[in-house]
Design a protein. Structure first.
Length: 129
């Protein structure tokens, strides 16, 4: 039982440290590439996927990334092209979804703050009467 608690605490600590780390686009792309390879895809497909992913995220407004496309491989390697298109579409939409989520969270927090301020002012008025 105590070993389980220690492992859980260590995992939580590791997650906390990870959350405090600055975002590293190269690590993100490497994780994407490794996941694609683990799914049984070719290295050529994985290369295209990560290049397309970087481009898709950049197009969606993530300035951590740059446009990436190997022009030679895009002309001659169908697996690279297929991976590029899949990575581009997935990562672009993923970043747009995250931006939408962040926007909604910020808007919700602002509305909560405004509601709190209105309630506080109403209570102050009631207390003065």
């Amino acid at each position: 039982m105590s070993r389980k608690i220690v492992l859980t605490a260590m995992s939580s600590f590791a997650l906390l440290l990870t959350a405090c780390q600055p975002f590293n686009p190269n690590e993100y792309l490497m994780r994407q590439r490794n996941n694609i390879l683990l799914q049984g895809n070719s290295a050529s497909y994985a290369d295209g996927y990560t290049d397309g992913c970087a481009t898709g995220r950049r197009e969606a407004g993530d300035h951590h990334f740059i446009f990436q496309k190997n022009a030679t491989r895009a002309k001659n390697d169908t697996e690279y092209v297929e991976g590029w298109e899949q990575g581009h579409n997935f990562c672009r939409q993923e970043h747009l979804n995250q931006k939408e989520h962040d926007y909604r969270e910020e808007k919700s927090a602002l509305l909560r703050q405004q509601t709190y301020e209105l309630q506080r002012k109403a209570l102050e008025r009631l207390n003065k009467e």
